[in-house]
Design a protein around this ligand. Sequence first.
Ligand code: RTP
Ligand code: MG
Length: 133
Amino acid sequence: MTERTLVLVKPDGVKRGLVGEVISRIEAKGLTLAALELRTVERSVAEEHYAEHKDKPFFGDLLEFITSGPLVAIAVEGPRAIAAFRQLAGGTDPVEKAAPGTIRGDYALETQFNLVHGSDSPESAERELKLWF
Ligand code: RTP
Ligand code: MG
């Protein structure tokens, strides 16, 4: 079943010049780009995007980080796109959870600076795509 998911190349990924690498991996997997935008996000959008984490101790740092510079928002489309991109990204902790061969496993060291976001369910994807595009 064709799905759409929201991918973000977070500000650390843009600063490190990894946008092309992330897009290459998305395309190599067979997924396609349906929409793409470089933007610096306002705090209100970041708060809504990460609303599920509003009571977590890392929420303030996360908002600070995600609004710290330009990021790339991408609507990614394809069969099982939501799970497929989560597989490409690897687990949240890039050392303990993300395997080598995944984006986080290959390029990140710290949980906060883990380069990419991918929607985690069909409900999240729908909500996030409406927020970003
Ligand atoms: P994302 O939402 O960005 O795709 O990441 P995720 O599903 O793999 O992880 P999630 O639990 O939703 O956490 C969202 C983002 O918050 C930052 N984080 N920092 N310092 C910490 O302990 C901590 N925990 C999470 C990460 O940037 C994570 O991707
Ligand atoms: Mg998440």
